[in-house]
Ligand binder design. Structure first.
Ligand SMILES: CC(C)(COP(=O)(O)OP(=O)(O)OC[C@H]1O[C@@H](n2cnc3c(N)ncnc32)[C@H](O)[C@@H]1OP(=O)(O)O)[C@@H](O)C(=O)NCCC(=O)NCCS
Length: 180
């Protein structure tokens, strides 16, 4: 008998939306902890801070059999002062990275929904390793800085590339695994 290599199952549909369900918020918090505490070691027990009290959490949900199944990505946005917004804690679950453009979709919803809520300028402090990703998505680097002992860059989104997204959700996206 010849055993063929088995490709791991990946859902083909995702929703990228504001986390408006308690389970989505809990799962987003757990994903952040896995990525920023366990994987990256940026924080010890948890990565929550004062911003979580008023930030909006966005999630990427995988769909299974037509219904939402799992939170596989997240980011949060907050309004710092009139017109000025920030994004932070962007994370996609390891098995879903560079696979279905979920990080890009989360960034699109983050900036687009802030734009719809009166944003004039959108910033993020980005890990230097992800600078190229943000540049390819029309973000400009303002300056370098050290944060949590790691190199970061303060970046600003070009709002001309981020039309306002109303309603807190991107249309359900059907995404196949990229051809390898
Ligand atoms: C950063 C992160 C959110 C990106 O998510 P993702 O779903 O893999 O990103 P996408 O698939 O949307 O990436 C879009 C494109 O950029 C590329 N890309 C992704 N990460 C990149 C990086 N760090 N540097 C350069 N290119 C990158 C992808 O390959 C893809 O290219 P393609 O269009 O040619 O296929 C994810 O890698 C992650 O969670 N990392 C760990 C946590 C982290 O670093 N968070 C960010 C803090 S600033």
């Amino acid at each position: 008998m010849i055993l063929e290599p088995v490709t791991p199952f990946r859902p083909r549909e995702y929703a990228v939306k504001v986390a408006d369900q308690a389970w989505e918020q809990r799962a987003a918090a757990a994903l952040r902890r896995r990525v920023f505490c366990q994987e990256q070691g940026l924080f010890q027990d948890h990565d929550r801070d004062a911003l979580d009290q008023h930030a909006t959490t966005l999630v990427a949900l995988s769909y299974l059999a037509g219904g939402p199944d799992e939170v596989v990505g997240t980011v949060r946005i907050h309004n710092d002062r009139p017109g000025i917004w920030y994004g932070s804690r962007l994370a996609v679950a390891p098995g879903y990275r560079r696979d279905a453009h979920l990080g890009s979709a989360l960034i699109r919803l983050a900036v687009g929904s802030a734009h719809a809520r009166g944003c004039n300028a959108f910033f993020a402090t980005v890990q230097a390793a992800n600078q190229a990703l943000f540049e390819s998505l029309h973000w400009r680097t303002l300056r370098s800085l050290d944060l949590h002992g790691r190199p970061h860059v303060l970046m600003r989104a070009d709002l001309a590339h981020y039309p306002p997204v109303h309603g807190g959700t991107l249309p359900l996206v059907a995404v196949g695994r990229r051809a390898s």
